[in-house]
Design a protein around this ligand. Sequence first.
Ligand code: GBH
Length: 468
Amino acid sequence: MAPLRAILFLFLISAAQGFKKFPKDFQWSTSTSAFQVEGGQEGTGRGMSIWDRYIQKHPTPDNSTGKVACDTYHKFREDADLLKDIGVKQYRFSISWSRIMPTGRPNNINANGVRYYHNLIDSLTGKGIIPLVTLYHWDLPLALQDRGGWLNEDIVEFFGDYVRFIFQEYGHKVKLWTTINEAYIHAKYGYCGEPLEHAPGGLRPNCEWSMYLAAHNMLLAHSKAGNIYKKEFQPTQNGQIGMTIQAVWYEHENSPGDKEAAARVFDFQFNWFAQPIHGKNGDYPTRMRQRLDQLSQSEGRSISRLPTFTSKQIEELKNSSDFLSLNYYTSYVVTKDLPVNNTVEAWGKLTQWGRDIDAFISINPRWKQIAGTWLRSHPQGLRSILNFIRETYNNVPVYITENGCMDTPDEGLNDVTRIEYVRSHLEAIHESITNDGCDVKSYSYWSFLDNFEWAFGYHDRFGIFHVG
Ligand code: GBH
């Protein structure tokens, strides 16, 4: 690992302490996930995950694997030193289920794995850094995929058994938990990927319903974990729990048709997960329910492609979270009809989700595109989402668990573009807190280290620290 991209963080910290005042207990943070950074896959007792198998079958453009990655499995002490150096108060990482339980079930525990996370947590807390732990960031134990993965409703019990073990083991040290990272991305790219696919992958033929079923079971698994925590652990451990929800903001023109289309797309993405958990009446968004019920009927199906919750499940979901964990990167534009200069979602209509939303998604060329990729900088979108959450979800506390962008290769180590991206997003958050009254508790920059960027391999570099 080669240091050092200090510029970015020096800026972050000065923004925190200097010209704009954030609340005193605001937690500055940075984030990673297990598969993307750990390495330590061989000879450590870890079981395979769906990503191990996926990249064997579908190599990334750079033919990379997670075998070594950032080697944080061995270098966690060095990581803790670096985190201390840049002055963060919190660090978000994820636990690899198959490192703890190689077959996904508690009858087989990998003691090395259990010890590893104790060591990691201890080296953080020893330096006064608060751990925020994601219980699941897309790396399902392969043994559970072979039992149907997220399409088998037994997964809800399996997840419950896994998290109970984790709370028992680490709950006296960890006070901030999120259950599942970005169920929307995991379900959509994992089951319905096109053009970009994620693990488990290769499941497109049934994805008009499997994507919604996988997401449904993720919501129920989150709810299971939240309720276990609240009932069995929170009274003595006094921590907080939430689910990590990815949000894209959708701008629209002023016509009623476009406005309704943008609201519908937002329902089909953010509110799909936010409303069952944080909504006053819970359950799926009405627009989503109606649209998918109606499509299912016209397709001659006997049941809706969107599963239903029992009233008990609705109540449990509403009781499953103390805060909303939010990931935000970019915004798009939604139109009811095909936009004149359509650049993004001509493909939208080729994907199942793209057809289901009954709208078109395109880009706003005025938003700065980062390194020629999918990511365009639109800080106002983040402010709009934070205000949407404040208004719609009763100002539930928000932990921003991911925000950031990849570097622009021809800038070298002089991250002009990234600094501007971070600066403008921090400004938007600051406005949301001070002018709008949003309850934002923390900001976690994605990512601490350059790491395995899923289907893109190691090509995109999001790290504060350069690795390679
Ligand atoms: C997050 O997902 C993940 O939680 C994190 O693990 C990841 O490293 C980070 O973002 C950076 O990407 O090529 O047009 O299909 C954010 C959701 C999903 C956004 C995949 C980019 C690809 C866009 N990401 N998506 S496209």
